[in-house]
Write a protein that binds this ligand. Structure first.
Ligand code: AMP
Length: 559
């Protein structure tokens, strides 16, 4: 027997309709060099309609890819709605990538138009010509008025002029919920970036799930500041979630790495919730400790969603002390990205609360996770059997985009099927799952150190080092070793010039088994970061891969 309910497709048009009908008075505020530009959502929806009409006039058809090369802003938000809702596919590109990779991605995705923030126009000019791009549109992101980007790039169109000349009415097409809504490429820490294609359905379900109280608990009462870039997994999907629930948005523009600007935005907009990688939040804490940011400016901020790399205890405690709850989440470009969230179940006893908050969390509703060992066994949830984390659910990728493959479905070696036919994504993350279902990430498969046949988690060593008063940053990598195969080497940024190698190794020896203690420490000025603020261990491995270790802490067989 079939259900007898209405077959309404889950498309992002729902988001546009809802925000227009119910939350027109709420606002999106964007930080610019001049000050803060505010726009009501009713204004945004009106402009979105014009933008859809303008895209059509420029020859954009359903399924065409429309690229963006921009920071978090009201303009970018307008593109987030107009492009998918008129049936085209929003493709966000990362302006911080090397020019040749940007060119590769735009070519690979077959982008037809590119919307470029004026401040990154010089970076766009470095990109080799992309055959399919018919026009470039420049958006002014420097001024509060945001009126004109004309003349910034030769032959480019001006965003505001385009909207002014477009029709104010547009007949939205009927879309299928399985149609592509957006594309995003992985940040490519290994090899060339790989493309993911989000559907309308996956985007709407992901946004809805973000609203659950046991997920990110976003509501109409919130003012959300997504610091995670809109070009990085759709700012973790938070703009769609905010619009769906009527939360106001505060956008940092190109000031996402500037703690004083962020603090001002929080204070002026009354931001209640924000999302960013740990590096950003360490920057904010340091700015507070250095007296550059007045913590009173953050008084409206209630909670922070933090992920993208492991959240160290020192960071959680730093924000606990400010009365701001930091919630760890884990995800990937492949998972839209919301995968797991470390909210505490009421059954977790007080003495395990901190340890549990430091896990990556339990899967978001409708997702399932499992760990599969090296010998292809599904690991028990015992907190100790490690293996590759796999995940399945309605907003988890089913393929990587490959225009050469049948139906564009590439990368099939990254997916597996269980006996019931259910598809699982192999995440490339190494994890354990405890009896309560909390996932603890140990490493990327490519970052683990294998010493004398035993694995050493670099993430655990990094977290311990970062918790040390005299350490600002730490990244641990594998170094080749004749006897043990690989040994850990720690790259440390000092917070206190007096700190010594012996002091840090002795400290680690108090917390982990002796054979897990790194064999040496190199002090560096800075840990290299990827364009989205994660430690770039590829660079460290290149620099120190043949580092000559003097002696090894692994002289006793492990076990
Ligand atoms: P990306 O696709 O660039 O967002 O990177 C995804 C990868 O970031 C994951 O596969 C993890 O290795 C890492 N990651 C994301 N969130 C966390 C987290 N909370 N803790 C540790 N690693 C994380």
């Amino acid at each position: 027997m079939r259900g007898l309910m209405q077959d309404v497709g889950l498309t992002l048009q729902m988001v546009t309709e809802r925000v227009g009908e119910l939350y027109g008075d709420k606002t999106v505020a964007t930080k610019t060099a001049e000050g803060i530009r505010r726009r009501s959502y009713s204004d945004v929806v009106e402009r979105v309609t014009r933008l859809a009409a303008a895209l059509t006039q420029l020859g954009i058809k359903p399924g065409d890819r429309v690229g963006t090369f921009a920071w978090n802003s009201d303009h970018h938000l307008e593109l987030y709605l107009a492009v998918p809702c008129m049936g085209a596919v929003l493709h966000t590109l990362n302006p911080r990538l090397p020019a040749d990779q940007i060119g590769y991605i735009a070519e690979h995705a077959d982008d037809k138009l590119m919307f470029v923030d004026a401040s990154v126009a010089p970076a766009w000019q470095q990109v080799p010509p992309v055959a399919g791009i018919r026009a470039v549109v420049v958006m002014d992101d420097a001024t509060e008025a945001g009126r004109s980007g004309a003349g910034v790039l030769p032959d480019a169109l001006d965003y505001e002029a385009l909207l002014d000349s477009a029709d104010a009415s547009f007949a939205w097409p009927r879309l299928d919920e399985g149609d592509a809504a957006a594309m995003c490429y992985t940040s490519g820490t290994t090899g060339m970036p790989k493309g993911l294609v989000y559907s309308h359905r996956s985007s709407v379900l992901h946004a809805m799930a973000s609203l659950f109280v046991d997920c990110l608990a976003l509501s109409e009462r919130d003012v959300l500041l997504p610091i995670v870039p809109q070009f990085h997994v759709n700012a973790w999907g938070t703009p769609y979630a905010a619009l769906l629930t009527g939360a106001s948005l505060a956008m940092p523009g190109r000031f996402m790495a500037d703690p004083p600007s962020l603090a001002t935005l929080v204070a002026e907009e009354g931001v209640t919730v924000s999302a960013a990688v740990p590096t950003v939040w360490f920057g904010v804490l340091q700015a507070i400790r250095a007296g550059v940011v007045d913590p009173a400016k953050l008084s409206s901020l209630q909670r922070i969603v933090c992920g993208g790399s492991a959240v160290p205890e020192a960071l959680l405690r730093g924000f606990d002390d400010l009365g701001i709850r930091m919630i760890q989440a884990w995800g990937m470009t492949e998972t839209s990205p919301l995968g797991t969230v470390a909210n505490l179940k009421t059954t977790i006893p007080e003495d395990r609360a901190m340890a549990t908050r430091l896990t990556q969390g339990i899967p978001a509703p409708s997702l399932r996770v499992r760990v599969v060992t090296d010998d292809e066994q599904v690991a028990p949830w015992n907190g100790s059997t490690m293996g590759e984390l796999q995940i399945t659910g309605p907003w988890i990728a089913d393929a990587y985009y490959d225009p050469q493959a049948p139906q564009g479905r590439g990368g099939q070696d990254r997916f597996t099927e269980d006996e019931s036919g259910r598809r699982w994504l192999k995440t490339g993350d190494v994890a354990v799952i405890d009896a309560d279902g909390y996932v603890q990430l140990l490493d990327r498969t490519s970052d683990l150190v294998k010493s004398g046949g035993e694995w050493i988690s670099t993430v655990e060593l990094e977290n311990l080092l970062i918790a040390h008063d005299k350490v600002r940053e730490a990244a641990v990598i594998a170094v080749a070793h004749a006897k043990w195969g690989e040994r850990p080497l720690a790259c440390v940024v000092k917070a206190d010039a007096s700190v010594t190698t012996d002091e840090l190794l002795a400290y680690l020896g108090e917390h982990v088994a002796r054979w897990q203690v790194p064999d040496d420490i190199v002090f560096v000025d800075e840990v290299p970061k990827t364009t989205v603020g994660k430690f770039d261990k590829k660079v460290l491995r290149k620099r120190y891969g043949d580092y000559q270790l003097q002696s090894s802490n692994a002289e006793l067989p492990p076990g």
